[in-house]
Design a protein around this ligand. Structure first.
Ligand SMILES: [Zn+2]
Length: 342
């Protein structure tokens, strides 16, 4: 990584890696390379979490864990049919309407397309739902023998990565969840001027399967404060009116989601830090979803947990859309936080 690289360029590099939950080795190696020049130490644990450490200047420095997950949702091959089609199991929460007819890429680079078994246009009164049991992947093979030269049972794959700039500084593609959080942490590590707290930048694994990596990482680190840096819902599209966060409104400071009630004092500290540094922010209140904040809060003896998020439309689809200014605000807030004595 170059000092001149902005968050967009870092993200563009990070989305190239196909790393479904439990298969994060490739991106972990890339982030290790990008962060090592700015870190006091870099290590990884048994689950595969990458832990980048910066020693704090304060006496009796508190331990601060910042966490963004490296994994993405995807699929695992379960069988290959006689005529060469691939059946699969889901890894994480899949939106099949979004995945249908998308190009998918396997770990070894093999390409295919996801297709529903039948035309799922529902007859009147009939429920039509797509799922892993009625979708398959067509890699173009003529039969099982051909297919098995390319794909084995147990191989993982994901919808093709992409990234494009829309108008007004907005960006769309996948996997934005949570490579944008990783990009925010990498940039914050590089640009922060001082570190008051013993700061652990954790790039976690298996978040999409139930916040697994951050749980063991937090148990190992035993932080006093934990902050998940992730995407959150945006409530500014037609028909969506039930939340405060929107694109362009600044970094989201999490108050609650379905998995966590953030520490009230820590939420106020984050809000104050944003105000004092002129960083635009907005409250985040979600009725659904969860992030690594929940597992950090309850791992071991627990910690004071919070979240800094980038509001994102259409999460878990090939068109996850966010505003680059919100990501920059999130990055400035993380940089300000590491320089604030906790
Ligand atoms: Zn996420």
């Amino acid at each position: 990584m170059d000092k001149t690289d902005n968050i967009y360029n870092i993200l563009k590099e990070l989305v190239k890696y196909r790393c479904v939950s439990g298969r994060e080795n490739g991106i972990s190696r890339a982030i290790q390379k990008m962060t090592a020049p700015y870190a006091d130490s870099v290590s990884s644990d048994a689950l595969g979490n990458l832990i980048v450490f910066k020693k704090g200047a304060a006496e009796n420095a508190k331990r601060l864990m910042l966490c963004a997950h490296m994994d993405e949702i995807g699929f695992m091959t379960t069988s290959v049919s006689e005529d060469g089609y691939i059946k699969f199991a889901p890894i994480g929460g899949i939106n099949y309407t979004a995945a249908a007819f998308c190009e998918v890429v396997f770990e070894n680079g093999t390409r295919g397309v996801m297709a529903p078994e039948v035309d799922r246009k529902a007859k009147k009164g009939e429920k039509s739902e797509l799922g892993f049991d009625n979708c398959y992947v067509d890699i173009g093979a003529k039969n099982r023998r051909e297919a098995e030269k390319k794909v084995s049972v147990g191989d993982c794959f994901a919808v093709k990565p992409s990234l494009c700039r829309l108008s007004s500084g907005r960006v769309s593609g996948r996997p934005v969840d949570d490579r944008i959080g990783c990009a925010v942490l990498i940039k914050a590590l590089e640009q922060a001027e001082r570190f008051e707290n013993d700061t652990y930048f954790v790039f976690s694994v298996q978040e999409e399967l139930g916040l697994r990596g951050s749980k063991t990482a937090a148990y190992g680190i035993m932080p006093d404060y934990g902050v998940a840096v992730d995407v959150c819902a945006s409530f500014d599209t037609p028909g969506k009116k039930d939340g405060p966060s929107r694109l362009g409104g600044g970094a989201c400071i999490k108050i609650k989601d379905a998995s966590v009630m953030c520490d009230g004092d820590f939420v106020r500290l984050l809000q104050r830090t944003a105000d004092e540094n002129g960083i635009p922010w907005q409250p985040e209140i979600l009725t659904r979803g969860g992030t690594d904040a929940a597992s950090m809060q309850t791992a071991g003896a627990g910690c004071r947990a919070g979240g800094i998020s980038v509001p994102t439309r259409y999460t878990h689809t090939p068109s996850e859309t966010f505003d680059i200014k919100d990501a920059e605000a999130a990055c400035r807030l993380v940089s300000a936080l590491v320089g604030t004595r906790l």
